[in-house]
Design a protein around this ligand. Structure first.
Ligand code: G4P
Length: 286
């Protein structure tokens, strides 16, 4: 689903998160482990202010483990606790409550000292569309919670979901917009499948993917497409892949549309193994 964000949607999304901030002790910010920079809302710090936060690097199963470790260290250096999870398989979820407790320890200790009775931690999940918010909520709730459309403003009665005895989670996540005005970010969102029916040209996207593989994972590219050497010219690469896979059109000529589609599909479906598209040392703008 391609989600069009208009200024009105953005304002409303922001307002909704801001209103719910008052209800919770901690924000659980969900990002995509393959694109930890590009899958964040550009205004997240401003929106959640000084509210304690836990970052979850979701879809860690699809990301390069080495990169994920580096991202966790990177966040730690900035004083932010981050955890790698796989919401789909339910991996790493136990750490969420434990980490939230640690983050909120001081606050809860202060309350206790004032004689306030201990209570469950209240949390809200926020993130851009398709980052896995519903999957995570359903996992934590151990049942299916109806998904609110990816359009902010679709309201329904809000409820708290119990996550064990120690945490309560708002059943509707905060849906925020991605950094869509940046073209490279747009490509990363599209190549990971966060944006599916991309407005981007599929050929451009396939070229972007191939160039990325050539730079970061050349062995995997060579192995999958049985290349003895990496061609300089992308046209040559398209030709090679097309002939290898029989992506041919009329007159037995290579059909570039089919090649582009195949390349994007294979990258998205992990045919090249787990991939991380941005690493902390690249010094992406914060
Ligand atoms: P959202 O609420 O944030 O919009 O995201 P949602 O939970 O709908 O998840 C988006 C897609 O990402 C879903 O795929 C979901 O299964 C997948 N997903 C979520 N968490 C993980 C994870 O940790 N690992 C992997 N590999 N996938 C995850 P979907 O509904 O099947 O979409 P699709 O099959 O149509 O692409």
């Amino acid at each position: 689903m391609t989600i069009q964000w208009f200024p009105g949607h953005m304002a409303k999304a922001r307002r909704e998160v801001t209103e719910k901030l008052k209800l919770v002790d901690i924000i659980i910010e969900l990002i995509d482990a393959r694109i930890p920079y590009s899958s964040r809302n550009p205004m997240i710090d401003e929106i959640i202010q000084h509210k304690p936060r836990l970052v979850l690097l979701n879809k860690a199963d699809m990301a390069d483990r080495e990169a994920t470790k580096k991202w966790i260290r990177h966040f730690a250096d900035k004083g932010v606790r981050a955890i790698a999870i796989n919401a789909q398989a339910g991996e790493g979820l136990k750490q969420i409550t434990a980490a939230s407790h640690e983050i909120l320890k001081e606050k809860f200790d202060r309350l206790k000292a004032k004689g306030v009775k201990p209570r469950a931690i209240r949390a809200m999940i926020v993130g851009i569309p398709n980052v896995g918010k519903s999957t995570l909520i359903n996992r934590l709730a151990k049942r299916n919670i109806a998904k609110t459309g990816n359009t902010p403003g679709v309201t329904k009665a809000q409820q708290w979901i119990k996550v064990g005895k120690e945490m309560e989670l708002l059943d509707t996540p905060g849906i925020l917009w991605p950094k869509f005005e940046d073209q490279v970010v747009g490509k990363k969102l599209a190549i990971t499948g966060a944006i599916k029916d991309t407005l981007l040209n599929l050929h451009d996207l396939a070229l972007y993917g191939l160039k990325f593989l050539e730079e970061k994972y050349p062995d995997r590219l060579q192995e999958r497409f049985k290349l003895t050497a990496l061609p300089e010219d992308p046209v040559e690469l398209f030709e090679h892949i097309g002939r290898l896979r029989g992506a041919l059109g009329g007159g037995g000529l290579v059909d570039y549309d089919k090649v582009a589609e195949l390349v994007v599909r294979e990258i998205r479906s992990e045919k090249f193994g787990p991939l991380t598209f941005e690493w902390p040392e690249e010094g992406l703008a914060e």
